[in-house]
Design a protein around this ligand. Structure first.
Ligand SMILES: [Zn+2]
Length: 342
């Protein structure tokens, strides 16, 4: 995917293209902004532009997308470009002698456990950073979820991002800049990524064959992020499957939604969170659109309740119970959950 196909990040991309053109590339970046707006895609595209074999493409700051280097980077097989995220880490941690099930099952289990980019992964990447670039271009080391690095991992990284050798570029990616350690922040050139417009979220879903019948609704509830739209889609589907829809709700609705959540706690919690996010956004929109003071007060009160329910998800409360209680609190509000804003 060339830079031109990444929507809504024109400012960040135009800056990166200039760097490719003039060859003055800082040794360490922090790409920050909401989750699901194209930071990782941009990082990989930047790695391609820096390593592309087509001199004409490089003059424009773009990658050709078809040379051997561009292709290898797309396939995550380029020896000089590392893209480390939770999946990369889980792959390293799946035991070779896993006892049961298939490799995919083991990987999925391992992936669900990932919460921090750990020191072993950082050591693995720094070792790769020190190897000579075999392609003759740039070494590009990308670390996603960089805010999850704790003391040991961050310390292991520090001296490498301090003064990287020429033609070595570190790109740290985060959706929670405020959670990053100061020592790391101060060594990186920050680059902001903006939330996406609703139209761009819709276009990206369509371009990636992710559009569902709830396309416009998902974009409405996406908070400017593609991953937000996918979570909203999942939430809306769970609500619809339980009988909630444009024509109201069956009396069993809240209990049926709760019963439809996944069996595993981690997945159920994420689904519950997505449902509550949809409710919060719908409540907020309804609250800002109503003129009637009494109705406004009711919306405001319910908003606060649902906020509290959402917080309780992070404590040890059952996601099913939280979802059911939250949906029951909407009783009598006639909240337009399935109406798009126009
Ligand atoms: Zn190329």
């Amino acid at each position: 995917m060339p830079f031109t196909e990444i929507l809504g990040q024109e400012k960040a991309i135009s800056y990166l293209k200039t760097l490719v053109q003039n060859g003055r590339v800082p040794g360490a970046f922090l790409f920050y902004g909401p989750a699901g707006v194209g930071k990782a895609k941009t990082a990989l595209e930047f790695a391609k532009a820096l390593n592309c074999l087509d001199p004409q493409a490089r003059q424009t700051g773009e990658a050709c997308g078809v040379c051997a280097h561009c292709k290898a980077i797309s396939q995550h097989t380029h020896p000089d470009v590392v893209f480390a995220d939770f999946l990369y880490q889980a792959r390293r941690e799946v035991k070779k002698d896993f006892s049961s099930g298939s490799y995919e099952e083991e990987l999925e289990k391992e992936l669900a456990k990932q919460q921090h980019i750990n020191v072993d992964t950082i050591r693995d990447i720094t070792a790769k950073a020190q190897q000579k670039a075999v392609g003759g271009g740039y070494k590009v080391l990308i670390i996603d979820e960089a805010q999850t690095m704790q003391g040991a991992a961050a310390n292991a990284l520090l001296k490498f991002i301090e003064e990287p050798p020429a033609k070595t570029v570190w790109i740290l990616i985060t959706s929670k800049r405020t959670a990053m350690l100061r020592t790391i922040l101060s060594r990186c050139q920050p680059l902001a990524f903006a939330p996406l417009s609703q139209k761009n979220v819709e276009k990206i879903l369509q371009n990636n064959q992710l559009a569902t019948e709830n396309l416009t609704l998902c974009a409405t509830y996406s908070a400017g992020s593609v991953s937000g739209a996918l979570k909203a889609d999942n939430a809306l589907t769970l609500l619809q499957e339980a009988g909630l829809g444009p024509n109201g709700c069956s009396p069993q609705g809240p209990a049926a939604v709760a019963a439809g959540l996944s069996r595993t706690l981690v997945a159920a919690r994420q689904e519950a969170q997505a449902i509550l996010d949809v409710l919060l956004q719908a409540l907020h929109t309804a609250w800002t659109h109503t003129q009637d003071a009494q109705t406004q007060r009711r919306y405001a009160k319910t908003l606060q309740q649902v906020e509290n329910y959402k917080r309780s998800l992070n404590r040890n409360v059952s996601p099913a119970l939280v979802v059911e209680t939250a949906l029951c609190s909407l009783d009598g509000l006639n909240l337009p959950l399935f109406e798009t804003e126009n």
